[in-house]
Design a protein around this ligand. Sequence first.
Ligand code: GLN
Length: 310
Amino acid sequence: MGGSLNLDEIVADVAREIQPHRGEGLVADYIPPLARVDPRRFGMAIITCDGQVAETGDSWMPFSIQSISKVFTLALALEKLGDELWTRVGREPSGSRFNSIVQLEAERGVPRNPFINAGAIVVTDAVLAGRRPDEAIGEIRDFLRKLAANDTIDVDKEVATQEAATGFRNFSLAYFMRGFENLKAPVEDALVTYFNQCALRITCQQLARAGLFLANGGVDPITGERIVSTEHARRINAIMLTCGHYDASGEFAFEVGLPGKSGVGGGILTIVPGRAAVAVWSPGLNAVGNSQVGTLALEKLVQRTGWSIF
Ligand code: GLN
């Protein structure tokens, strides 16, 4: 399904074009294990629905998945709760930063969408569903392992511990929602699960593979296994497009034109419906908290492939 495109050539061209920009942006520095990552790192991996793989640079190197994990917990929560989930979280772009608290009071503890932190904490609470955090963390990790067909994917415990030690804003969001009874688990349980999911380490190769079911109506095109319903796949893609880059989601739709989800580790998962999944990683972030060079690389990729949905 790469069609007549020579994807090996295209990723090589993209890597060459972004070369002068490597190191741009600011690496997340709220915890030391993220702050010490070399800002010049860059990797990209594409996997098509018919199993063709093209990759470049540091596509083999694990990085912190951070908010990209929210795509996978949303898939799990939707399969568990179905439409009931939408009574607890909206699906409207927020227009504010990922860790903003400002809308929560006006909207009575129901976060705008599943990809801002408040919404993701609710989604994680839905995955937790009254169980112990280690069971839910294991489920999320195993889901990624299965999707990526790689059993080495695991939580970086140093990142998880330090997220918890510095996550005061996330605690504020969670307590606030608990006050509106939109969090079922104790705040500590919901957050330890959330911090561990954010601390999973993954490579571009593995991430693209893990997201591929979203390019194929919810069915993993390589194994033939249905992962989520067609309807849920469609909805996850819609939310990635409208909310996946926080208050820069409009800009990402404008420049790249694909469903995508970023994380402060510098990764971006992008879905090319019907064709492929693409993962990029470059740790320098722009002012909104999205990978600067990663976004640029996706712009170049879309220019060459014509893969924008618009
Ligand atoms: N762990 C980060 C947080 O909760 C994830 C944020 C992100 O990747 N945008 O603040």
